[in-house]
Ligand binder design. Structure first.
Ligand code: AMP
Length: 178
């Protein structure tokens, strides 16, 4: 206890690069060492939520699947609800869906039609911003529910992929930038 709060540089040191996973040419950013370290995990949640206090946010929306880990902890810290944006076909009730482009082909994310109250204040979280397609699709679903995005937060941003350009309508924050 009473250890100093980790900095983004401390978190960066723990992120493991896995070359050619899940396919050749991709440098996968493995966050599991951050999760496994109690100080780094809770510090990353502190940093992801530092602009807000309990009462500022109605719901934290997390993106399937690693986004859920950070979004769930952030929701508890901010005393907000947790709303999952999932890959198509996973949510049991009626959904809105949003398709987006991948390098090859398309993917679809979904949210329950009653997941957010109109006008509710949302913090959207994912582990990593790459080309921005996933987060932009999740943001479109939040807006479809007429909720308001206060911020989109990522643990990691791959700046060279320019994902922020797809998120120009929102304040975007990332802790570790490559
Ligand atoms: P994108 O839609 O291109 O911004 O991709 C973002 C999503 O893909 C996030 O949910 C990430 O978890 C995952 N992702 C993309 N690239 C990587 C990478 N290099 N390492 C780890 N996860 C990645």
């Amino acid at each position: 206890m009473n250890q100093p709060r980790p900095t983004p540089a401390d978190i960066e040191k723990a992120i493991r690069n896995i070359p050619d996973f899940p396919k050749p040419g991709i440098q996968f950013k493995d966050i599991t060492p951050v999760l496994a370290d109690a100080r780094l995990f809770s510090g990353s949640i502190d940093l992801l939520t530092e602009q807000f206090k309990p009462g500022d946010v109605d719901a934290v929306v997390g993106i399937d699947a690693r986004g859920f880990i950070f979004a769930a902890a952030a929701a508890v810290k901010l005393q907000a609800g947790l709303v999952p944006v999932r890959k198509k076909g996973k949510l049991p009730y009626r959904t809105h869906e949003q398709e987006y482009n991948l390098e090859y082909g398309t993917a679809t994310v979904a949210v329950h039609v009653d997941a957010l109250e109109p006008g509710s204040r949302v913090l959207l979280i994912d582990d990593l911003l790459a080309t921005g397609g996933t987060a932009a699709a999740a943001a479109a679903l939040v807006r479809r529910l007429e909720a308001r995005i206060l911020q989109i937060s990522f643990l990691i941003e791959l700046k060279f992929l320019a994902g922020r350009q797809k998120l120009k309508d929102y304040p975007v924050r990332s802790l570790v930038v490559y």
